[in-house]
Design a protein around this ligand. Structure first.
Ligand SMILES: [Zn+2]
Ligand SMILES: [Zn+2]
Length: 149
C-alpha cells in the first residue's frame, strides 16, 4: 500500500510542503517559514478515501491527473521532436515515423505506470496514495478558470 500524503502551498510564503497521513503533530507547520497552516482532513480522507473534500480549504471541486513530473514531460516531448527531425533529415520519412511510434509506445507504457494524484482546483493541494473518486474527473479548464477569476 502506498503512503498517503497531502501536499499544499503555505498560506504565507506559498512554498510547497508535504505531510503524511495520519497527520503528525508538525503537519501544517511550514518547513520554509514556520507559519502554522490550518489542516483539516475530513474523516474520509483520514480513512484513505474516496476523497470528499480538500483537506486544506474544504473545497469540493477536485480533479485527477497523473503524477507526472512536468519537467520530465517537456524533456520527453522535446527529445522526440529533435530525434524525429534528425531521423527525417538523415533517413527520411520511415525512420522519422519509427522514432515517433517508439516514443509514443514509451509514453504510453510510462503513463500507465504512473500513479494518480488528486488536486484541489482552489488551493492546488495534492493528495497522493488515495482511492480515487469517480466524482472527480480529469482536469477541466473551465472549472479552473472559475477559480482563477
Ligand atoms: Zn511558509
Ligand atoms: Zn483546496
Amino acid at each position: 500500500m502506498t503512503e498517503r500524503s497531502v501536499g499544499y502551498f503555505c498560506d504565507k510564503c506559498s512554498l510547497y510542503n508535504i505531510y503524511a497521513l495520519p497527520p503528525p503533530e508538525t503537519a501544517g507547520k511550514c518547513e520554509h517559514c514556520g507559519h502554522s497552516n490550518e489542516i483539516r482532513p475530513s474523516a474520509a480522507v483520514l480513512a484513505g478515501g474516496p476523497i470528499d473534500r480538500c483537506p486544506q480549504c474544504d473545497n469540493l471541486r477536485l480533479y485527477h491527473r497523473k503524477d507526472f513530473p512536468q519537467q520530465l514531460g517537456c524533456a520527453a516531448v522535446t527529445a522526440t521532436i529533435v530525434l524525429s527531425s534528425v531521423a527525417y533529415a538523415l533517413w527520411h520519412f520511415p525512420a522519422a515515423l519509427a522514432v515517433l511510434v517508439t516514443a509514443s509506445i514509451a509514453d504510453y507504457a510510462l503513463y500507465h505506470r504512473l500513479s494518480d494524484v488528486t488536486v484541489c482546483y482552489r488551493c492546488h493541494a495534492e493528495l497522493r496514495g488515495f482511492e480515487t473518486s469517480v466524482e472527480h474527473g480529469a482536469f477541466d479548464m473551465h472549472t479552473a478558470e472559475e477559480y482563477d477569476a
